[in-house]
Design a protein around this ligand. Sequence first.
Ligand code: ZN
Length: 83
Amino acid sequence: MFILNPNKRESVAHLWLNGDTVCKLYSTSKMRKKKLKLSETTQGKKVCHMCQINNKKLKVPFVFDKEYEDDKNNYVSKFLTEG
Ligand SMILES: [Zn+2]
């Protein structure tokens, strides 16, 4: 599951798990919670990089859509191998 602001084009989708974003921004920052909606897909948005990195450590069995897979392949693997 993702949580995102469908009305803000340049925003990212966060991974949603157990009542918080995987990056913890939801509980630790002033995200505009009222504008965020849960979604089965990223709706074409990029996925929050901290969410991706944390998720790689947590190994949560998320089901990702194509945008996520593309973004992950482009970014996370590169980021993690480069340290
Ligand atoms: Zn996030």
